[in-house]
Design a protein. Structure first.
Length: 77
């Protein structure tokens, strides 16, 4: 990750600086998501499918099986 600097009104700067770590992290996630959508040439659904394919490949590489997924889903019912 890289850092950028943007100008915001003083009340937002103060709110961000005085927020707890969890709230600051949530703000960073929302801003990152907004900027990704704003500057991306790729539709959101294509980015989602790529992310899902990558997660599936990583899960398989780490030995995660469909049986394990079924068991997790069953536990949450």
């Amino acid at each position: 990750m890289e850092s950028i600097v943007i100008n915001v009104p003083p009340y937002l700067a103060n709110a961000f600086m005085n927020a707890d770590e969890s709230k600051r992290r949530n703000a960073e996630i929302y801003i990152n998501t907004f900027l990704t959508e704003l500057f991306s040439d790729e539709p959101a659904n294509e980015r989602l499918f790529k992310t899902m394919k990558k997660a599936t490949a990583e899960a398989k590489a780490n030995g995660f099986t469909t049986d394990m997924m079924d068991e997790l889903l069953k536990d949450n019912e």
